[in-house]
Write a protein that binds this ligand. Structure first.
Ligand SMILES: *Cc1c(COP(=O)(O)O)cnc(C)c1O
Length: 388
């Protein structure tokens, strides 16, 4: 079985190598394929120009109503939402301060982050000039740790929300918000992938977070878009930091390089509308079924266990975990990943971050039918070694 005719031509014409994406929604490989509803909205955007300040406001209102939060803003990815939020917290609506960032002289500029929650994206919190201050230990983070860390320069506390795999030793969002409110500091939540069940989208803001950031790449919008959800006050301040705040108001904030198109803004709106109204049972059933197609040819191979991942929460439901006993299978998980990548067409996957003897295969980035190619190729690679 091979890929469709014309597959990846646009890349090979340039000398770049198209691949089959079995990792999922990752920026590395392109993040997302906008669905037809989104592409149609983007095409319709081209019929006219529109003042982007107004479009952002109306798009934000529309999304906020759909999601059930007081206010929303479409950003250049969740990463930009994180940066603009920190800028908004530090400068508020003071134009002098907006133009001064990333120089934070005279402003509260410290963002607290749990030691256990330091992660890949925390750099986005520093970009506008904020300083990260850790609290808690590697083992456990308590309310006391947060209390102790709050000082005269603290402007906000950050929280990384992962409902499908909660960290029992991290400080909970509830406790974080409780302590933050008591000390009058802002709460910023990265909930980039917390998009299902649907009530997760508004949950942190309803609990009291000031701004929550979501990645639209997970909702099949262009991967260059994201959302900030939050209080009216916080989102108003965030808007002033944005690329269009810079142009419309002639006040030069740090958000100028984080530009998005009008096509992308209406595309992101269409993606949220689809997400909030679609049949999620059908969506999940299809992903589960396609996961089974991957897992099927992997049954009964020596040293190999292929299981459907039992999760429907967040951005990446189901998928297949393939655990490889290197001794019995005659190869390691990393070798399987390397052989998949070296094959034709190249299939990209990764060794599981939480276990070095397993790989994860996910449906998100697979075109219809590619699940069969992936399952069969992994099976071939493992069987070839098992025979030797
Ligand atoms: C993807 C992701 C981001 C960044 O989102 P972009 O829209 O790609 O900027 C931030 N945080 C988490 C947890 C993510 O998964």
């Amino acid at each position: 079985m091979t890929s469709k005719p014309g597959w990846g031509d646009i890349y090979t014409e340039l000398g770049a190598t198209p691949i089959i994406n079995a990792i999922g929604s990752v920026t590395l490989l392109g993040g997302s394929t906008p669905v037809p509803e989104v592409k149609e909205a983007m095409e319709r955007a081209e019929s006219a120009y529109v003042p982007l300040w107004e479009l952002e406001e109306k798009a934000g209102d529309f999304i906020a109503r759909l999601v059930g939060v007081p206010a929303a803003y479409v950003t250049s990815g969740a990463g930009s939402a994180l940066t603009l939020a920190t800028a908004a917290f530090m400068a508020g609506e003071d134009d002098k301060k907006i133009e001064q960032l990333p120089d934070t002289t005279g402003m509260k500029n410290e963002i607290l982050i749990q030691r256990r929650q330091r992660y890949w994206y925390d750099r986005c919190l520093q970009l506008a000039g904020a300083k990260l201050v850790e609290f808690g230990s590697d083992e456990k983070v308590t309310e006391k740790d947060l209390e102790k860390a709050i000082g005269p320069r603290t402007v906000a506390v950050h929280y990384f929300m992962v409902t499908q795999k909660p960290d029992p030793n991290a400080l909970s969002l509830e406790s974080t918000i409780k302590v933050a409110k008591k000390h009058n500091i802002k709460v910023l939540v990265d909930q980039a992938g917390q998009i299902y069940p649907l009530d997760l989208l508004a949950k942190s803001v309803k609990m009291g977070a000031d701004i929550a950031c979501v990645a639209a790449k997970y909702m099949y919008a262009p991967q260059s878009t994201g959302f900030a959800f939050g209080t009216k006050e916080s989102i108003r301040a965030l808007a002033k930091q944005s690329f269009i705040g810079y142009e419309t108001r002639r006040v030069r904030g740090v958000g100028r390089p984080q530009k998005i198109d009008r096509q992308e803004i209406v595309g992101a709106v269409a993606a949220v509308r689809r997400w909030m109204t679609m049949n999620h049972e059908e969506r999940l059933a299809s992903i589960e079924q396609r996961s089974r197609v991957i897992a099927k040819p992997l049954q009964g191979i020596k040293g190999v266990k292929a299981e459907i991942i039992d999760n429907i929460i967040g951005q990446q439901p189901y998928g297949v975990k393939v655990t490889i006993d290197a001794q019995a299978a005659g190869m390691t998980a990393q070798q399987v990943v390397d052989e998949l990548k070296a094959g034709k067409p190249s299939i990209w996957t990764r060794v599981a971050p939480d276990s070095s003897n397993a790989i994860y295969l996910h449906i998100f980035g697979l075109n219809e039918g590619e699940e069969k190619i992936v399952g069969e190729r992994v099976s071939q690679i493992l069987k070839a070694k098992a025979r030797k």
